[in-house]
Every structure is written in C-alpha cells, then in structure tokens.
Write a protein that binds this ligand. Structure first.
Ligand code: NAI
Length: 269
C-alpha cells in the first residue's frame, strides 16, 4: 500500500463500477478515509463501499443514488456529503454512458444524442458547478501553509473525458462531442478558479476493460482493430486510470491545472 499522503474528503460519481470504483480504491490506498460515492446503481455502490472498508476499516462512506444529469439530485448529493463530512476536497466525475451504436449523425436519433450529452457533458458540468460552489465556501490553505497530509488548496476536481475527447476516433458524434465538451469546461473553470485555490484537470482514458466496454470487447472486431494500433497492444485496466486521477488530485500535482492526460497505451500517437 502507498504511504498515507492524502487526507480530506473525496466525492466520486460513477463509483459503482469500473473507473469510478477503481478511483475510490486508489484514494483509500493513498490515505483518504471519508468518501461520498454517487451512482444510479445502488447495489454497486454498496459493493464499492464494502471493498473500501475491507481495505481500511476506518473508512466512512456516504452513498447517494444520484442521477448526475439532474440538478436537484446533484445538489442533494453534495448536501448529503457536506452534512456528514463538512467539506469536499477531491472530486472525480466518472459517471458516464456510451452510445449504443456507431451511427453517424445522419442516422443517430435525436433522443440518443440528448441522452449522452445530458449525462456525459451536462452531468459533469452540474457536478463540477455544485462542487465548486461548495469548495468556494471552504478555507483556502495557501501553498506556503501546506503541510504533508493536509487537504491541498480548497479542492481538486478530476474529470474523466476520453481519447475520443481528443480525436474523432471511435464512438459516435454525441459521445465524442460530450468528451470534447468536458475538456472545454475543464480548461475554462481551471482558469476561472485557479486563483481561488481550486485545480481542475481531466484524464482521457483509452480502451479500458470495464462494464462499459465489455460487450464490445466480447464481440471483438471493432475494438480488436484498435488494439492492433495500440503501442502497448492491450486494453487498459481501471486501476491504471485511477493512479493518474489520484496523482492529479494530490499535492504532487499542485502546479497542474486545466491539463488533460491521456492514459491510453499510446494509441493516439
Ligand atoms: P462503467 O459503465 O463501468 O461505469 C460508469 C458508471 O456510471 C456506472 O456505474 C453507471 O451506473 C454510472 N452512471 C451512468 N449514468 C449515470 C448517471 N446519469 N448518474 C449517475 N451515474 C451514472 O464505465 P467506465 O468505463 O468505468 O466509465 C467511466 C467513465 O470513463 C465514463 O465517463 C466513460 O465515458 C469514461 N471512459 C471509459 C472508457 C473505457 O474504455 N471504459 C474510455 C474512455 C472514457
């Protein structure tokens, strides 16, 4: 286990599965003991929470069934976390959906576009917005006051975008547009709130083995072709994304904001 270097409260959306779940584990391995875990899948949230408590029995969790595309539910999620823990220092926006088909714009139904944009873009924005409003109420530990183990600054947000946020590779227009949008709002708010002690970064995963990709991986062909072009020549693991997320959230990344890091086996090169 890594030495305990992180303290503070972490909020993770999409925490019932895949990358969000791996991020929760990585935060606990770094020393975080208070977590707000949000998802629409409540059974998955229980599973994540139980595995965190096995890792460290001192872990406390708030589990919230939240649809991140609903402003009311997002506010309730933040309020529930703050009521229990008083503040939020780290936030990972991992909740997301993939498009069901690879249809081009001419074939894509409008409601399919709206669904993906609502969760992947509006949802991330709603969470980012509500969390920034909360972080602005918290004390600001200026860099010269920072000690090892202190919550860094006011807070750090890490948004999960995608390599499809950096290219037109794979996915349909709605998914690519949502993930490009996440990078835009990451950069804009990093500029707006940097001087307020809030850092905001993004991670762009490549092809990671999770529930989201499992069906496509089983079917083969499309993903297999992309693996052929991948320098590391395999799918990534959720833990490999989570390591970059906790790095960006930690004081080790205290001078990084508005940045995006691809964790993709080099496929975009
Ligand atoms: P996953 O399907 O394992 O996890 C996504 C989680 O988000 C699920 O637990 C689901 O219940 C939750 N969720 C979906 N809609 C929600 C909503 N409206 N409100 C709250 N929770 C909701 O998928 P994975 O792979 O862990 O995806 C996590 C993030 O990573 C997503 O944003 C995805 O777009 C992104 N990503 C994944 C890649 C991959 O290859 N797996 C590649 C690039 C990005």
């Amino acid at each position: 286990m890594a030495p305990y270097t992180m303290d503070g409260v972490a909020l993770i959306t999409g925490a019932a599965s895949g990358i969000g779940q791996a991020c929760a584990v990585a935060f606990v391995e770094e020393g975080v003991k208070r977590l707000i875990l949000a998802d629409m899948n409540t059974a998955g949230l229980e599973e994540t929470s139980n595995s965190l408590k096995k890792l460290n029995p001192e872990v406390e969790t708030v589990l919230t069934r939240t649809d991140t595309s609903s402003p009311e539910e997002v506010q309730k999620m933040v309020d529930a976390g703050v009521e229990k823990f008083g503040s939020i220092h780290y936030t990972v926006n991992s909740a997301g959906v993939a498009t069901a088909s690879r249809a081009g714009s001419a074939e894509l139904p409008i409601d399919a576009w709206d669904k993906v944009i609502n969760v992947n873009l509006r949802g991330v924005w709603l969470c980012q917005r509500a969390v920034i409003q909360q972080m602005l109420k918290q004390d600001y530990l200026r860099p010269e006051q920072m000690r090892t183990g202190s919550p860094p600054e006011r807070g750090c947000i890490v948004n999960i975008s995608s390599i499809v946020g950096r290219s037109g590779l794979g996915g349909t227009g709605a998914y690519a547009a949502s993930k490009h949008g996440v990078l835009g709002q990451t950069r804009v708010d990093a500029i707006s709130y940097g001087a307020e002690g809030i850092r905001i970064n993004a991670v762009c995963p490549g092809f990671i083995e999770t529930a989201m990709t499992q069906k496509a991986i089983n079917v083969g062909s499309y993903y297999d072709k992309l693996i052929d072009k991948n320098p590391i020549a395999r799918y990534g693991r959720p833990e490999e994304i989570a390591q970059t997320v906790v790095f960006l959230a930690s004081t080790r990344a205290s001078y990084i904001t508005g940045e995006e890091i691809c964790v993709d086996g080099g496929v975009l090169h």
